[in-house]
Design a protein around this ligand. Sequence first.
Ligand SMILES: *Cc1c(COP(=O)(O)O)cnc(C)c1O
Length: 469
Amino acid sequence: MRYISTRGQAPALNFEDVLLAGLASDGGLYVPENLPRFTVEEIASWSGLPYHELAFKVMRPFVTGSIPDADFKQILEETYGVFAHSAVAPLRQLDSNEWVLELFHGPTLAFKDFALQLLGRLLDYVLAKRGERVVIIGATSGDTGSAAIEGCRRCDNVDIFILHPHNRVSEVQRRQMTTIFGDNIHNIAIEGNFDDCQEMVKDSFADQGFLKGTRLVAVNSINWARIMAQIVYYFHAALQLGGPARSVAFSVPTGNFGDIFAGYLARNMGLPISQLVVATNRNDILHRFMSGNRYDKDTLHPSLSPSMDIMVSSNFERLLFDLHGRNGAAVAELMSAFKASGKLSVEEERWVEARKLFDSLAVDDAQTCKTIAEVFTKTGELLDPHTAIGVYAARECRRSLATPMVTLGTAHPVKFPEAVEKAGVGKALELPAHLADLFERPERCTVLKNDLKAMQAFVSEHGNRGKPL
Ligand SMILES: *Cc1c(COP(=O)(O)O)cnc(C)c1O
């Protein structure tokens, strides 16, 4: 499988190289040159497979030529073997023909584990084969950091540095990062805000001298392997609900458009998906595009669903590429105009094309809490605020009551106690068994000034399993 850039000017890469690449050299994002397509009969024959075996069927075409089948199978069995629920991604019914796909049974209780548990193992596999080591530097406001650290903790060939804003992430989120020990795990609290952390990561990619030749890898949501891993659970859910003989609709709590883009790919690979609902919080740039063809940058509004607090959605460019007939030059032009003006709209017929599949809704904090309370009262299910946004949007945007509607349950409610408390539901939030002693565990973290050079010096000093690079 070869991968090409959405801006058409970067060299095509194979899977191995795309795994280690961040942005393409032309500023675009990598996508498969040709998407695999499965027949309905083929998909139907996967019904009843355990999650890791289904994952093999769905993802195999993407890694062909880079990872032999037997090795890939073993990696997948290990990856999904660490999930706390034996079904990996169980469905829970909320109402007639309405479901939540629970994607929070991984080590850090959010759906990002599906991709990052796999990414860590794939990186280690490829690096061992090449005899290379890499450094990962990432910035987090919460979820991504812990999932990335959990994904890399057993990697022999990766040192991971995760920057979070000092005293500005929740205690659960901080502890999920700082209680994981390893020579290759480095938590850094920066005396600044999330943007400062992100800026430092960006600057480090731009000037890599401090790494003394060691390769720097990104694990943010534009990494192709993360998208790839997320395609699988759309197949998994549909197969439980009568697919592919009948269509299924999905509602996806959305920030950077990675998770829902995976659903769009599942459909293009042959899975009958009749509708995808983009569910956002007040940070609604995607809703403004889907409802009115205006993808215009706004300021950031902090919300009770912080993992979807974004100003622009980095993976949206991948959809634009398809909407423009995969014309890289057209996308490059559009993105450079967007960079200059902060505004983007597409020709009417392209927007109409997108709207055949996508609907959208922006849900505010008050409605989020109301939905958590309502669902809890009616069903006893406690939703996290991101999932609650998905459920409310699903109900408002649903096109057909005869089609099963599945909301992706992106996080466990215990990660976001503020929203659950505001919703006024009396149920005590309990940490799942594998994290029950989280608040008693020792923590390890280095606090650094908001200073690029200090951060880079720390990485050079510790980037080789705790020793200097
Ligand atoms: C990351 C995240 C999202 C948003 O996913 P995208 O792929 O960025 O759209 C939604 N909910 C939770 C809990 C998350 O951690």
